[in-house]
Design a protein around this ligand. Structure first.
Ligand code: C2E
Ligand code: MG
Ligand code: MG
Ligand code: MG
Length: 293
């Protein structure tokens, strides 16, 4: 950095940049510390089959219980550690916690799956597959298919050949399942659908949000649902906020949903009680009965 020369030199003295770097360094330091002092936790958001109200899975979403700033969502701190060793460390921690929760749920008789968001840098790191094997070996009672890896297709999801290989190993030799997250937002969704042999496609919430008013979004949701069916993949709609969203999805033929309209992500302490008390939206269940007859 200090070797910057000529007319770019002034950048070194830009007070705003300097401030940013200091803040970033501070944040990195705090994140490392927080990992040691156990300030991170996972929230869980249910995934439901709307035709019968079955809760078949939960997505683990990281939160930071910050001592002074309160509860922070991932976008407040994950971007700073993107593509770094720290991102891998956090990723490992998340997998460990999620497996603990999975074991607990299964012991309580709730045979759901748990999905975990995997950063592309973590996925492409050398030890990913062997780490995954080691981790799962610590939980011999859990069928590996109950753990799902959610992968976002971004431009950062670089070398498709390398990623296809990692995913194949995870699926074929370890037996975990894989979901394409935020489907439809990337530049090469269809390429990923074709090559990554994911079990599940999660339609991005941006398409669900406006599909009742926007014919183009409706068409995308309809199209992706049809594609998933043709490719024999499970499809889940993200960001289902209202009863109407659910009804429209059922008309289209997308049975699985996740969103505030079902439940917001919740702390692990609330999960059992939520599961005991959850009732399917009556309108959804009866609508799907109607469309069957
Ligand atoms: P995502 O994996 O697509 O997760 C869904 C996000 O949408 C979550 O935000 C969730 O709280 C939010 N959401 C769920 N239902 C609704 C809804 O009905 N309406 C609206 N407006 N939002 C809804 P969150 O928890 O802030 O996470 C944001 C993103 O951060 C996640 O998007 C995921 O990409 C990433 N992320 C979260 N946890 C982890 C993690 O443990 N590791 C990694 N690498 N990334 C994570
Ligand atoms: Mg996700
Ligand atoms: Mg998503
Ligand atoms: Mg997202």
């Amino acid at each position: 950095q200090a070797k910057l020369s000529g007319r770019n030199h002034y950048q070194l003295f830009n007070p705003a940049d300097n401030q940013l770097t200091i803040e970033k360094q501070q944040l990195l330091h705090d994140i490392r510390q927080a990992l040691k002092t156990d300030e991170f936790c996972l929230f869980y958001q249910p995934k439901v089959n709307m035709t019968n109200g079955e809760v078949f899975g939960m997505e683990a979403l990281i939160r930071w219980q910050h001592p002074t700033r309160g509860l922070l969502t991932p976008l407040k701190f994950l971007p700073v550690i993107a593509d770094s060793e720290l991102e891998i460390e956090i990723g490992r921690w998340v997998l460990q916690q999620a497996l603990k929760q999975l074991q607990f749920l299964h012991q309580q008789g709730y045979m759901l799956s748990i999905s975990v968001n995997i950063a592309s840098y973590h996925l492409q790191s050398d030890a990913f597959v062997s780490d995954m094997e080691t981790l799962l070996a610590e939980y011999p009672d859990i069928g590996p298919e109950y753990l799902q890896l959610e992968i976002v297709e971004t431009t950062a999801l670089g070398d498709i050949g390398a990623i296809t290989k990692v995913i194949r190993q995870c699926k074929d030799s370890i037996g975990v399942s894989v979901a394409l997250d935020d489907f439809g937002t990337g530049y090469s969704s269809l390429t990923h659908l074709r090559h990554l042999s994911a079990d599940t496609i999660k339609i991005d919430q941006s398409f669900i949000r406006d599909m009742l008013d926007d014919p183009q979004d409706y068409t995308i949701v309809d199209g992706v649902t049809g594609l998933a069916e043709a490719f024999d993949r499970q499809v889940i709609a993200e960001g289902v906020e209202t009863v109407e969203h659910g009804l429209m999805l059922l008309l289209i033929g997308c049975e699985n949903a996740q969103g505030y309209g079902i439940a917001r992500p919740m702390p692990s302490d609330d999960v059992m009680s939520w599961l005991r008390h959850y009732h399917a939206e009556v309108g959804w269940v009866s609508a799907s009965r109607l469309s069957l007859t």
